[in-house]
Design a protein around this ligand. Structure first.
Ligand SMILES: [Zn+2]
Length: 478
C-alpha cells in the first residue's frame, strides 16, 4: 500500500489533534473516574481510526494524481469528472472520503451517450455499490448467527458508533449465507460423485475404529413464514393465519462416558458429547439435500472410524428413511421425550387436559414406555374407550398412537439402550435451531422468507461449529 510523505504528515497531524482533544476532554475529570476515562479513550481511538481510514482512502492525499482518461469496465473511454465523496460504515464508525469518479465519453451503438459512471477506487477496495466494510459485514453476520437480527444490530451498535436496524443486519448477512449455501451444495455434489465412484470400485482399506460411539441426532423445527413467500398448500389457502415450514436439523458428536449416573440403570454412566466434538447442520426441508449434508458432517466427525453409530430422532418417517439409506447398521432410538409426548397426547384426547384420570393413565403408560414394554403400552392404549378422529383425520389419536408405538417398537428398547449408557434424547439438534429460528420469530412477530432462512442457517451452524472465522476467510473473503 502506498503511503507518501504528504499523507504521512497529514495523518500524524490528525492523530496529534485527537490526542490534544483527548487531553482537553479529560482535564476536568476527577482522579479515579476510570469508567469515564476509559470511555474517552475508546472515543479517541475510534476518532483516530476514522481519521486514519479517511486519510488513506482519500484520493487527494495520494500520488500520482488520477489520470484524466481511463478505460471503463464497459469498455468505453471514460473521463475524470471530479473527486466525489463516499460514505462507508466501518468498525470505527462512519467515514467519509473522496475518490476520483469517471464517466463514459463515447456514444454507444444505439447512438446514445453511455451514461455509465464508476469509481475505480471502490472496485479496488471491494466497496463498489456497498456502504459497509467487510469488517462490519463479518462482525454483524457473526452476531446474526447468535442472536435475533434486532439483537445483533443492537449489540453491534453498543461497540461501534453506528446506527443499524435488524433489517440492515439481515441484508448484510445474506450474501455470506448465500456463499456458504453454495459451498455446501458444491460439497454435496463432490460427495455424491465420490459415493458413485466407490460403488464401482473395490473396497479400500477399512479405517481403524478409534471412535467408540458416534451419536447423531435429528429433528424437524417449524419456522413461521411470511404468507406469500412460499407456495401455499390447498388447505393453507382456505385457512387464514400463519404458515409454517419445516427445517431439518442434525447434530453429530462423539459420545463419551459422562459423569452422570443413570437413574434407571444402576451403575451405568450416561454418555456425554466429547469436548469440542459437537457439529451441527440445518437446512430448510424444501431446499433439499439435508441427508447428504448430514452424512458429510458424520464423515467429518469420524463415521468411518466409529465402532458404533447411534441415531436419535422422533418417530418421523423421513428420519428413519434417511438412516436406512445413509447410516445402515446404526442403532436407532426414538427420542424418549418425543415418545412420551405421544403418550400424553392420547391421555389428553381421551380423558381431557389436566384431568386426574388422564394424568394417572399417562404416568403409568410412560413407565411402561421407559421399561421398554411397547406391547403392554399398545394394549393399554387399545383398551381405552374409543374416541372419534379429529376433523380431517381418518384415524383417531389413540389409533395413530398404536401405529406409532407398533412401528417404532424396536427403537424404544430403552432398558437395553440405557444399559449401554446411550443418550435417550436430549433435544440437541432441535435446540440448535429452535432459539434462533422459531423462538425469535414468535418473540418479535417476525416471519421468515425462504431466502432469509436459507441464508441464516449455514451462518448459524458455522458459528455453533466454531468454524465461522475459517469459513469467512476461505469461502467468503477470498
Ligand atoms: Zn460506457
Amino acid at each position: 500500500m502506498e503511503t507518501n510523505e504528504q499523507m504521512k504528515r497529514m495523518l500524524r497531524e490528525a492523530v496529534r489533534e485527537e490526542v490534544e482533544r483527548f487531553f482537553e476532554a479529560v482535564e476536568g475529570l476527577a482522579e479515579g473516574k476510570l469508567e469515564q476515562l476509559e470511555e474517552q479513550v475508546v472515543k479517541t481511538s475510534q476518532q483516530m481510526g476514522r481519521s486514519l481510514l479517511e486519510g488513506v482512502l482519500d484520493s487527494r492525499l495520494r500520488t500520482p494524481r488520477p489520470a484524466a482518461r481511463r478505460e471503463g469496465s464497459c469498455g468505453h473511454c471514460q473521463r475524470l469528472v471530479g473527486e466525489r465523496p463516499k460514505e462507508l460504515l466501518t468498525l470505527v464508525g462512519k467515514v467519509r472520503f473522496v475518490r476520483p469518479y469517471y464517466q463514459c465519453l463515447e456514444v454507444s451503438e444505439q447512438d446514445r451517450i453511455c451514461t455509465h459512471g464508476e469509481a475505480p477506487d471502490d472496485i479496488l477496495w471491494g466497496v463498489h455499490e456497498r456502504r459497509t466494510t467487510p469488517g462490519v459485514q463479518r462482525e454483524i453476520s457473526y452476531l446474526c448467527g447468535r442472536l435475533t437480527f434486532e439483537e445483533a444490530a443492537d449489540t453491534f451498535c453498543r461497540q461501534v458508533p453506528l446506527g443499524m436496524s435488524g433489517r440492515q443486519a439481515l441484508s448484510l448477512m445474506r450474501p455470506l449465507g448465500a456463499a456458504l449455501t453454495a459451498q455446501q451444495d458444491h460439497q454435496v455434489k463432490v460427495l455424491q460423485a465420490q459415493a458413485k465412484q466407490a460403488q464401482s470400485q473395490p473396497c479400500a482399506q477399512p479405517a481403524a475404529k478409534e471412535i467408540e460411539r458416534l451419536s447423531i441426532e435429528l429433528d424437524g423445527v417449524l419456522a413461521r413464514m411470511r404468507r406469500g413467500s412460499v407456495p401455499l398448500e390447498q388447505e393453507e389457502v382456505q385457512r387464514k393465519g400463519d404458515v409454517y415450514r419445516e427445517i431439518k436439523a442434525g447434530a453429530v458428536f462423539r459420545a463419551e462416558r459422562g459423569p452422570r449416573r443413570s437413574e434407571l440403570a444402576p451403575g451405568v454412566y450416561v454418555d456425554t458429547p466429547a469436548a469440542d466434538s459437537m457439529r451441527y447442520v440445518a437446512r430448510r426441508t424444501a431446499k433439499g439435500d439435508f441427508a447428504w449434508l448430514l452424512y458429510q458432517l458424520a464423515v467429518e466427525g469420524g463415521l468411518e472410524q466409529a465402532q458404533q453409530v447411534v441415531v436419535l430422532g422422533d418417530g418421523a418417517p423421513w428420519i428413519w428413511n434417511l438412516v436406512a439409506e445413509h447410516f445402515p447398521g446404526a442403532v436407532q432410538i426414538v427420542d424418549l421425550s418425543h415418545a412420551k409426548e405421544h403418550v400424553w397426547d392420547v391421555a389428553h384426547a381421551v380423558f381431557g387436559r389436566g384431568t386426574k384420570a388422564g394424568t394417572a393413565w399417562a404416568t403409568h403408560a410412560c413407565s411402561l414406555l421407559e421399561q421398554g414394554q411397547s406391547a403392554a403400552l399398545v394394549s393399554a392404549i387399545s383398551a381405552l374407550p374409543p374416541i372419534a378422529p379429529e376433523p380431517g383425520q381418518a384415524r383417531s389419536i389413540p389409533e395413530r398412537a398404536v401405529d406409532y408405538f407398533t412401528t417404532n417398537a424396536a427403537r424404544m428398547c430403552y432398558p437395553l439402550f440405557r444399559a449401554q449408557g446411550m443418550h435417550l434424547g436430549s433435544g440437541i439438534a432441535e435446540a440448535a435451531c429452535k432459539t434462533i429460528v422459531s423462538t425469535r420469530a414468535k418473540r418479535s412477530g417476525m416471519r421468515w422468507t425462504p431466502e432469509g432462512l436459507d441464508a441464516l442457517l449455514p451462518v448459524r451452524t458455522a458459528v455453533l461449529n466454531g468454524a465461522y472465522d475459517s469459513v469467512w476467510k476461505e469461502e467468503y473473503a477470498a
